[in-house]
Design a protein around this ligand. Structure first.
Ligand SMILES: *[C@@H]1O[C@H](CO)[C@@H](O)[C@H](O)[C@H]1NC(C)=O
Ligand SMILES: *[C@@H]1O[C@H](CO)[C@@H](O)[C@H](O)[C@H]1NC(C)=O
Ligand SMILES: *[C@@H]1O[C@H](CO)[C@@H](O)[C@H](O)[C@H]1NC(C)=O
Ligand SMILES: *[C@@H]1O[C@H](CO)[C@@H](O)[C@H](O)[C@H]1NC(C)=O
Ligand SMILES: *[C@@H]1O[C@H](CO)[C@@H](O)[C@H](O)[C@H]1NC(C)=O
Length: 467
């Protein structure tokens, strides 16, 4: 019974415990390395490409961000920061905080998402509802207000609601236009005279009730091609359209009786937007316009988005200010998109500088970053890096050639609508499309890509046209 013996027993116990925990640690870390640290196995070349892209982004934000700076975390992640002392005037009453001055983004995800839009169809079609497994029963029902049921138990009834706005095949095509202008509603528009510049675009996309007339012409232009509208706009439709027969209306929420009654009387083409997130509110209305534009246009110029420093209210060019927006978050995100080569921002504080886009990444640079981001994502998911254009097709469908399916419309339309050219986009022969659009169509082997729900990258519905 001596002290040393006791002591050595204690030492042995401590040693065993230490050894045991080391073994546990080793097992844990080996598991960790294999399943949680895929970075060990992505190619150095991809990291190099993405890091190069990040440093370009960093420089671009510094040059164009009006005080914003980008801080690189790794080859995919970046934080955009507003300068210290930025006056954050938007107060979130629910969480009792002012709007943050820092926003973190995954650039790899952002490239994958926004480049995908360039190949997407964003208008709801019959071929989509036919191809999607729950297309008619579930999805179509969600796009009809006042159906009186939560599913299409009677498909004929649902078709009656939708026929008026449901083309058989996509009326618009990827790369159909070279330059498009997306015009927001910001009161900032009155500080500049972008009217002529906006009208020089191949297509102009506007939002909801934004007026287009002589009074605002020098600020917002007169050209009208597309307009995204929400439920509730039906009431003001005649006023909004103001005699413009050609402007295409794209409803970004649901169809309902009032809307249908309206549509039967007007001459304008009307469709439903495909790819909205049905469960959330209509947040980020500007984003939908950009998605629509990207699905048809090579270059997307945005005007009338509130993206300059130092403003204090949410203003509209045609009405009194409203509350409840989060301006800094929007400004940071639009700046990110500009430096990813997705959009080009025009605003009062950017109006004076030259149209110099040399610090925005080139198409080649974006394409190679896109491929690297895709390989990285596939490896992280433990899949072989497969890079075909159909990697994200989850559901496949087939449809007849252009011109074989029914065009939108219904038997009880007024003569005004029957005798107008509301179906001109649907009946447009494909050989009258811009060469780039025809090339794209050939490259895609006649396949149209649609989102399943909202912004999910991997779940596409792909519909192949028979020749
Ligand atoms: C790395 O990936 C390749 C194929 O992508 C695979 O053959 C190899 O076993 C992976 N190495 C490790 C350490 O996981
Ligand atoms: C389905 O709806 C159509 C059109 O409203 C109607 O004519 C038909 O009777 C309905 N069928 C059933 C089984 O309810
Ligand atoms: C309709 O257009 C005309 C001609 O541009 C214009 O004078 C008038 O103000 C417009 N009305 C509305 C309500 O915008
Ligand atoms: C920040 O904006 C608010 C609201 O417009 C204004 O009252 C305040 O003076 C501004 N603060 C600074 C430091 O500019
Ligand atoms: C988009 O389409 C082009 C063909 O125009 C194709 O080369 C490219 O891989 C597609 N990209 C995506 C992200 O689907």
């Amino acid at each position: 019974m001596t002290r040393p013996a006791k002591h050595s027993a204690l030492v042995r116990l401590v040693c065993v415990a230490a050894l045991f925990s080391m073994i546990i640690l080793a097992i844990q870390s080996s598991l960790f390395t294999r399943s949680w640290n895929p970075e060990l196995n992505i190619s150095r070349e991809d990291i190099r490409i993405l890091s190069h892209f990040q440093s370009n982004l960093n420089q671009c934000v510094a040059n164009r961000g009006l005080g914003l700076t980008a801080h690189i975390i790794d080859h995919c992640n970046v934080i955009l920061k507003f300068p210290e002392g930025t006056n954050s005037t938007w107060y979130n009453a629910q969480f009792k905080v002012f709007e943050p001055l820092e926003y973190k983004y995954d650039v790899c995800e952002a490239i994958l998402l926004w480049e995908q839009y360039r190949n997407m169809t964003t208008v709801l079609t019959r071929e989509y509802l036919d191809s999607r497994p729950d297309g008619w029963f579930d999805y179509a029902a969600k796009r009809i207000a006042q159906l009186g049921a939560d599913k299409c138990y009677n498909q004929t009834l649902c078709e009656e609601h939708l026929n008026l706005i449901l083309p058989a095949k996509p009326p618009f095509h990827p790369r159909q236009f070279k330059r498009c202008a997306v015009v927001g509603n910001s009161g900032d528009l009155l500080k500049t005279q972008f009217g002529e510049e906006i009208d020089s675009h191949d297509a102009v996309i506007r939002d909801n009730e934004a007026p287009v007339n002589e009074k605002y012409a020098k600020h917002v232009g007169l050209k009208r091609d597309f307009r995204l509208v929400v439920r509730g706009a039906a009431r003001n439709m005649i006023k909004i359209l103001n005699g413009s027969d050609d402007e295409v209306l794209i409803i970004k929420s649901v169809i309902h009786r009032d809307f249908n009654t309206m549509i039967k009387k007007i001459r304008n083409p009307v469709y439903l937007f495909q790819g909205i997130v049905l469960r959330r509110g209509a947040k980020g209305t500007g984003m939908k316009s950009i998605e629509l534009a990207l699905s048809m246009c090579d270059i997307v110029d945005i005007y009338g988005f509130t993206v300059d420093p130092g403003y204090t209210e949410w203003t509209r060019y045609f009405s009194t200010p409203r509350k409840g927006h989060n301006p800094l978050q929007g400004r940071a995100y639009y700046q990110l998109l500009e430096c990813l080569g997705v959009i080009r921002i025009h605003s009062p504080m950017r109006a004076k500088r030259n149209q110099d886009w040399s610090d925005v990444p080139s198409r080649e640079m974006i394409n190679s970053a896109h491929r690297a981001a895709l390989r990285l994502k596939k490896k992280q998911a433990g899949k072989e890096a497969e890079l075909g254009q159909f990697v994200n097709c989850k559901v496949w469908g087939k449809s007849g050639p252009y011109g074989t399916g029914p065009i939108s419309g219904s038997a009880d339309m007024t003569d005004t609508r029957k005798n107008s050219n509301y179906n001109r986009w649907e009946a447009m022969p494909s050989d009258s499309l811009r060469e780039e659009a025809r090339k794209h169509y050939t490259q895609m082997e006649g396949v149209s890509l649609y989102k399943m729900d909202g912004n999910k990258l991997d779940d596409l519905v792909c519909v192949k046209s028979e020749a």
